[in-house]
Every structure is written in structure tokens, then in C-alpha cells.
Design a binder for this molecule. Structure first.
Ligand code: DQA
Length: 144
């Protein structure tokens, strides 16, 4: 099973930005964690990140025919990107939305996810571990 992990704007700054919210570990550590968890599960994984909405739409579109599932942290675009919602719906691959922080315990504007309705589920509030949960969830779904 081949999974693409797509990270949105400012996720590359974990370990630098709002450490009280996103933790002390940097983006390289996040990528290493995801890779290690994928290997444990016997999944092939590719990780990508962009700060730009169009590039994220391209990552989602280009997943079609190349990957079996998507793990996506759309970051701030979660809360307003109809383009990403449409892209996820268009490719119709099983997708799991991940947030490092518990968005539901934060500002009200973070309680709404525009993209989650196109996903099989959402995982929020478990830090890096959320990506491992998302990979497991996709593996279960893809084995059904
Ligand atoms: C985030 C939550 C979003 O609200 C925020 O804009 C981010 C990161 C998270 O992983 O907790 O950039 O997606």
C-alpha cells in the first residue's frame, strides 16, 4: 500500500512556531517519525509539504493512480479551502485529516473543517502520534 502524506502551510516550522501548541520537535523529526511508523506498518510512504494552496491541490490531484490513500494536514487551509475540498472529492481516494493540535479546544474558527467532509475521518490533538494513527486507519480501511 502506498500512502502520500501531505502537509500544509507552516507545518515545516514545527519546532519553531508556537512550541506550546506544536511541540519542540522540528519538521525533519516529524518526517522521520512518519517514515519509521510507515515502515513498522509495512506501508510505502511519501511525504510532501507546501505553503501554497495550489501546490497542495496539485499534490492531491497527482495522487490519483499513484497512491492508495492520503494523510493530509491542510493546516490553516482546513478552515477555508474549498479548492482542497474539491480536489479531495475529485480524486476520491481514502483520506484521513490530521491535526497536531486539538483544533476543537482552540479558537472557534479552527472548529470548522471545510476539508474533513471529503475524508474518512479526522484525528486531532495527538501531536506526531496522530500521523501514526492516520496511517493505521488507512491501512485498516484499505484492507476491508
Ligand atoms: C493545524 C491546526 C490549524 O488550525 C493550524 O492553522 C495549523 C496546524 C494542526 O496541525 O494542529 O497550521 O493543522
Amino acid at each position: 500500500m502506498k500512502i502520500i502524506v501531505i502537509n500544509g502551510p507552516n507545518i515545516n516550522l514545527v519546532g519553531i512556531r508556537e512550541k506550546n501548541v506544536y511541540g519542540e520537535q522540528n519538521y525533519a523529526a516529524l518526517c522521520a517519525f512518519i517514515t519509521k511508523e510507515a515502515i513498522k506498518l509495512g506501508l510505502e510512504v511519501e511525504i510532501c509539504q507546501s505553503n501554497s494552496e495550489g501546490a497542495l491541490v496539485d499534490f492531491v490531484q497527482n495522487s490519483l493512480g499513484c497512491y492508495d490513500g492520503i494523510v493530509i494536514n491542510p493546516a490553516a487551509y482546513t478552515h477555508y479551502s474549498i479548492a482542497l475540498l474539491d480536489a479531495l472529492k475529485a480524486v476520491n481516494l481514502p483520506a484521513v485529516e490530521v491535526h497536531l493540535s486539538n483544533v476543537h479546544a482552540r479558537e472557534e474558527f479552527r472548529h470548522t473543517s471545510i476539508t474533513a467532509p471529503a475524508c474518512i475521518g479526522q484525528i486531532a490533538g495527538f501531536g506526531f502520534q496522530g500521523y501514526a494513527f492516520a496511517l493505521q486507519a488507512l491501512q485498516v480501511k484499505l484492507s476491508e
